[in-house]
Design a binder for this molecule. Structure first.
Ligand code: HEM
Ligand code: HEM
Length: 198
């Protein structure tokens, strides 16, 4: 399988990044809610620390993924409907947006609370802002609101992938799966569609 994507399918690098990051986002989300319900103590501090390290890893991988995406061709969307293709683009843009905004708001929140962010105990990130209680509360609300935005975006994203697979019966989901080749059929031309509907 080719490392790079081409206009008909995703390459190994993009597929790997997609599924590894989907797993990481799901883990950061689950840990985020789990630690929220823990009583104050060592266990809570340890989970918060793991959550932050995971979040910083997601931020790093997202930047890498965006740079990589700009360096390779993007596979053609398979939906014949312009509106659906536009909505998918907007949804993907939103997903990239939250994968940047969520960790950044968390990092800023920790800085405002004057809790420097240690990454897996290996190194400590610089504070993005000075200690500020009011800003901390605002960023806490932003982080919380973004966690629900992720639920809506990922939920719609999964529903759309399943719709493509089970209702439209096209290769949208198949061509993102690890085992599939990167040569999924491209979208039929408008002329072919017209012919087949006659
Ligand atoms: C994609 C990455 C991330 C996801 C999906 C995520 C998700 C969540 C969720 C669901 C919560 C519980 C709801 C809430 O209280 O807001 C939470 C809390 C929290 N997150 Fe994140 N987070 C991410 C990245 C980060 C990063 C990078 C940091 C810091 C460096 C961070 C710091 C925190 C803190 C300190 C809390 C507890 C807030 C409180 O005291 O209420 N998060 N996160
Ligand atoms: C079970 C879960 C998931 C499924 C079934 C799934 C499925 C897919 C599929 C089929 C595509 C290709 C869409 C196309 O060709 O137009 C895609 C792209 C994408 N997915 Fe997911 N996905 C899942 C989870 C996630 C999660 C959790 C995230 C991030 C929070 C995510 C972010 C993205 C992004 C940003 C793209 C666009 C890739 C590009 O730049 O073209 N996905 N996903």
């Amino acid at each position: 399988m080719a490392i790079k994507s081409h206009k008909n399918g995703f390459g190994f690098a993009t597929k790997s990044l997609h599924w590894i990051m989907a797993l990481l986002v799901l883990s950061a989300f689950t840990i985020g809610w789990y630690m929220d319900f823990l009583p104050l103590g060592m266990a809570k501090l340890e989970w918060v620390s793991r959550h932050k390290s995971l979040g910083v890893t997601i931020l790093t991988l997202t930047i890498l993924r965006i740079v990589w995406r700009l360096c390779e061709p993007t596979p053609q969307a398979l939906s014949p409907h312009k509106l659906e293709r536009g909505a998918a683009k907007l949804g993907h843009l939103g997903l990239y947006g939250v994968m940047i905004a969520m960790p950044l708001s968390g990092w800023m929140m920790s800085s405002a609370a004057n809790f420097p962010v240690s990454v897996f105990g290996l190194f400590t990130l610089p504070n993005l802002v000075g200690p500020d209680k009011e800003l901390f509360e605002t960023l806490r609300t932003v982080h919380w609101a973004l966690s629900w935005t992720i639920v809506v975006l990922v939920g719609t994203h999964i529903a759309a992938a399943l719709k493509h697979h089970f209702i439209d019966r096209d290769a949208t989901l198949r061509r993102m799966l690890p085992g599939s080749g990167s040569d999924a059929p491209s979208r039929p031309s408008a002329r072919k569609q017209k012919e087949s509907s006659l």
